[in-house]
Design a protein around this ligand. Structure first.
Ligand SMILES: Cc1cc2nc3c(=O)[nH]c(=O)nc-3n(C[C@H](O)[C@H](O)[C@H](O)COP(=O)(O)O)c2cc1C
Length: 153
């Protein structure tokens, strides 16, 4: 299945998850950093996998800006899966713990925006954890990403 994996990553962790997803999906996967992503990447794909770091409970600004610029019907009947990275609630300060408990991670709200615009969820949203703001990914997260990617095929 022709798959566009569009991702943002400030410190490289979301990028590592995106790379693992691309590896598992195989030669039909196209890995695209958000700064290089175009609406045609979505139009030409049968499955779009969107990955973002969680910033204030939401997708990164770059991902939000990209989504805002898209034509409103672009997601119509398009298979989509969304993942995010974030920090475990028990590893952060009081304020961020509050944000995580109340809002959660970016994958679920981002997928629901896309589904409201006609996208079809290809799988449950997934969240992969980093140890600190800059990473690294917690042990086992790459393997978890591989399994999630398998489930999308
Ligand atoms: C401005 C900013 C806001 C953040 N807000 C959250 C948050 O609300 N919840 C959370 O779990 N992690 C938050 N984080 C941590 C990021 O999720 C973490 O930096 C990211 O997962 C690392 O991925 P990357 O290396 O691909 O950028 C925040 C980080 C930054 C820089």
């Amino acid at each position: 299945m022709k798959t566009a994996i569009i991702y943002d990553s400030v410190y490289g962790n979301t990028g590592k998850i995106a790379e693992e997803i691309a590896r598992v999906i195989g030669e039909e996967a196209k890995l695209i950093h958000i700064s290089q992503a175009h609406k045609e990447d979505i139009e030409n794909a049968e499955l779009v996998v969107l990955g973002t770091p969680t910033h204030g409970g939401r997708a990164s600004e770059a991902v939000q800006a990209f989504m805002k610029e898209l034509p409103s019907d672009i997601w119509s009947s398009k298979k989509v899966a969304v993942f995010s990275t974030g920090m475990p609630a028990n590893s952060v300060n009081f304020f961020l713990r509050f944000v995580i408990k109340i809002i959660g991670y970016a994958s679920t709200p981002t997928l629901s925006v896309i589904v409201k615009q006609g996208g079809v969820a290809a799988g449950a949203p997934a969240d992969f954890m980093v140890k600190d703001k800059q990473g690294p990914l917690l042990e086992g997260e790459i393997e978890k990403a591989g399994k999630w990617a398998e489930s999308l095929k």
